[in-house]
Design a protein around this ligand. Sequence first.
Ligand SMILES: NC(=O)C1=CN([C@@H]2O[C@H](COP(=O)(O)OP(=O)(O)OC[C@H]3O[C@@H](n4cnc5c(N)ncnc54)[C@H](OP(=O)(O)O)[C@@H]3O)[C@@H](O)[C@H]2O)C=CC1
Ligand SMILES: O=C(CO)COP(=O)(O)O
Ligand SMILES: [Zn+2]
Length: 327
Amino acid sequence: MRIITPRYTIIEDHAINHLNDILKKLSINNPLVITGKKTKKFAPKEFDFIYYSELPERISGYDAIIGVGGGRAIDYGKYLAYKNDLPFISIPTTASNDGIASPIVSIKQPSFMTVSPIAIIVDTKIIEKSPKRLLASGFGDIVSNITAVLDWQLAYKEKGEKYSESSAIFSKTVAEEILNYVLSSDLKEFHKKLAKALVGSGIAIAIANSSRPASGSEHLFSHALDYLKEKYKLDVDSLHGEQCGFGAIIMSYLHEKENKNLTNLHIRIREALRKVKAPTTIEELGFDKEVIIEALSIAHKMRDRWTILREGISKEKARKIIEELFY
Ligand SMILES: NC(=O)C1=CN([C@@H]2O[C@H](COP(=O)(O)OP(=O)(O)OC[C@H]3O[C@@H](n4cnc5c(N)ncnc54)[C@H](OP(=O)(O)O)[C@@H]3O)[C@@H](O)[C@H]2O)C=CC1
Ligand SMILES: O=C(CO)COP(=O)(O)O
Ligand SMILES: [Zn+2]
């Protein structure tokens, strides 16, 4: 199977100044920009633009799509490019999840595979100034790669699932490197290292042609929270990466119980999340305890993906785990 990864990736201060040069190398003359109302100010002024909240199904007369903004602007831009069989250029204005570089579109669940961006331009000066909460969310999404890879290895061992060691090593290494950085540093370079890690995660997904290296039981837990938010019409504005990071605390704890080599993994993940001010308590995440327990007990049903949750855990066992971890 052919692996498609971005042809150009620039992650540096003022990277946005390279856009015209990259467009020229790609012989792109008339791109359409997809952006949001707050992030429009970062978009190149010389091209047509549409807000992702006003997206048409079909477009014509353009030779590429450029997504400029947060996760939604990138997702909708990637989706429009895929639907119109056009190349997609990702220009994230924050680093809130690995969609900035992956071929995945997660507008709604289940997410689906499209095509990797042909170019990724990450202006670390813009990222640095973006809302800190979004960067903390991005860190939650990247630490979740650690439990995602543990789940993938379990699925390979217990179910013979297809497994790519190269993708897994890549995904796990970028996540562990930034976890160690956060635990041992003053976070001065956090935004740059986070952007690089999320790009690495997106490329690991492209290598596997699946979100497996970046989405395991912790993402099932996050999807279960999204499902319950919908079901109970909950007014909770938790972000994808915040939910995944919180889920990674729980799932690393479950993996530790079965694998003595993983000592203190959940403690290190929780400490690092706390240090970047991501939610690490049920109150900080914004849910009631009972919703968290229900999400943990239904998470395995969110998609057909074998993880440490296996055929699911009972509500009683979920309650016990949540009380051991958070009370
Ligand atoms: N493809 C994938 O693998 C994944 C994709 N996603 C996607 O990501 C979305 C969530 O992304 P997320 O970034 O958390 O949320 P949003 O895209 O909703 O962005 C949150 C807010 O931050 C604003 N913003 C972004 N950058 C800046 C900046 N530099 N300065 C000021 N404000 C800024 C956005 O502006 P504006 O209003 O202009 O948009 C928006 O109002 C999901 O809905 C999903 O579509 C999530 C997980 C995985
Ligand atoms: O969020 C993702 C990777 O970080 C995509 O995961 P899903 O395939 O579980 O939607
Ligand atoms: Zn994710």
